[in-house]
Ligand binder design. Structure first.
Ligand SMILES: [Cu+2]
Length: 118
């Protein structure tokens, strides 16, 4: 009986050991992809996180090469995913800045860029 019990404990201990680092909502991936180049301005930017988000305190802002806001200001949150629509804008480097509050009440933030153009 002893061996199966220990074997069962190991994944649990690993989970507990890494739980602290994995506890916050971090950016998992994005569309457009982080650092990627797309031909035309996307209609919206969507971010996926490692944890569910609190809608009231989670926002995305997107600025163009001139630093002007190009997002509509209405971030939509659904589970661990959030998106914001973009106004039509030209070629250049876009910066996506995000701030989220995860359901465990920790806030995290970050930013990345993507390119629009041929
Ligand atoms: Cu956390």
């Amino acid at each position: 009986m002893r061996r199966p019990f220990l074997a069962g404990m190991i994944p649990l201990l690993l989970l507990l050991a890494t739980g602290e680092a994995a506890a916050h909502a971090m950016l998992d991936h994005a569309e457009p992809r982080v650092g990627n180049k797309v031909a035309t301005t996307p209609r919206e930017v969507t971010l996926w996180f490692t944890q569910k988000l609190e809608a009231a305190f989670s926002t995305i802002t997107v600025t163009d090469s001139a630093g002007q806001r190009v997002d509509t200001g209405k971030t939509r949150v659904s589970g661990s995913q959030m998106s914001v629509a973009l106004r039509p804008a030209g070629a250049g480097t876009y910066r996506v800045t995000w701030r989220v509050l995860s359901v465990d009440s920790h806030s995290t933030n970050g930013s990345f860029t993507f390119q629009v153009g041929q």
